[in-house]
Design a protein around this ligand. Structure first.
Ligand SMILES: Nc1ncnc2c1ncn2[C@@H]1O[C@H](COP(=O)(O)OP(=O)(O)O)[C@@H](O)[C@H]1O
Ligand SMILES: [Mg+2]
Length: 232
């Protein structure tokens, strides 16, 4: 069963007199359990694709099936429901709420999903344990390192057991060693929990952790290869 399948996906931005063809006919299918890295030069359409895949933006044309459902036929509420229940997001800048503990940050997606209090706490602590930040439950973001904040953000992305985790440059703000720690966690989630992950990076060392590497150029896919992943 595929998680995501797009056909001839296009996105055109119009800015006054000029237009940019950010996506120029993307065909891509992700199977459950895949770990895919999207690479490509700046401006090649990677973030635009992630925004559309994450249903934060809509394409100009083309087909997008998510777990078999035609996303273009869904209204904004239905897309938001899939976004909060079936997708997990990890951002370059972590995007944790600053005056909120790590535990409360991790619980937040479950608040939106209407999960009862006690179960929220239990699930949040489970996911924090999985990524090794359970002992930081009471810490606020400014009391944690970048790597710790990103691991809390990964725990947050896991709480609703998403069908797909989307990460745009998740190591972009981290040093080399911390980046490797974060990538090992993602690789382990993929191998041991079966998490399906699509991440964007422009660094070959980061892409090396994925089992498949897709390269964008000028809004098109120019390479799509299996990768002998780096040992996690
Ligand atoms: N909101 C937007 N409005 C206008 N142009 C945009 C917008 N977002 C991206 N673009 C343009 O679309 C192209 C692809 O951008 P992007 O998807 O951010 O590439 P990447 O993530 O690979 O660097 C670039 O030319 C960029 O300037
Ligand atoms: Mg980008």
């Amino acid at each position: 069963m595929h998680v995501l399948s797009v056909r001839d996906l296009r996105k055109r931005y119009v800015l006054g007199e000029s237009a940019v063809q950010a996506l120029d006919g993307i065909d891509l299918t992700l199977e459950r359990g895949e770990f895919v890295a999207i690479m490509g030069p700046s401006g090649s359409g990677k973030s635009t694709f992630m925004q559309i895949a994450g249903m934060l933006d809509t394409p100009t044309s083309g087909e997008y099936l998510f777990e078999g459902a035609d996303v273009s036929s869904l209204n904004a509420d239905a897309r938001a429901a899939i976004r909060s229940r079936r997708l997990g997001f990890v951002f370059q800048a972590y995007n944790l709420l600053p005056r909120t503990t790590a535990l409360d940050n991790v619980e937040l997606p479950m608040v939106y999903a209407g999960v009862p209090d006690a179960q929220r706490r239990q699930t949040a602590l489970e996911k924090m344990t999985l990524v090794g930040v359970d002992r930081l439950a009471d810490h606020h973001p400014n009391q944690m390192s970048g790597g710790q904040q990103q691991r809390v953000a990964i725990a947050r992305a896991l709480v609703n057991d998403p069908a797909l985790i989307l990460a745009d440059e998740p190591t972009g703000a981290l040093d080399t060693k911390t980046s490797a720690d974060v990538m090992r966690i993602l690789a382990r989630l993929n191998e041991e929990q079966g998490s399906t992950i699509m991440l964007v990076t422009h660094e070959p060392d980061i892409a090396a952790y994925a089992g498949r590497i897709v390269t964008f150029r000028d809004g098109r896919i120019v390479a799509d290869v299996r990768n002998d992943r780096r040992a996690a």
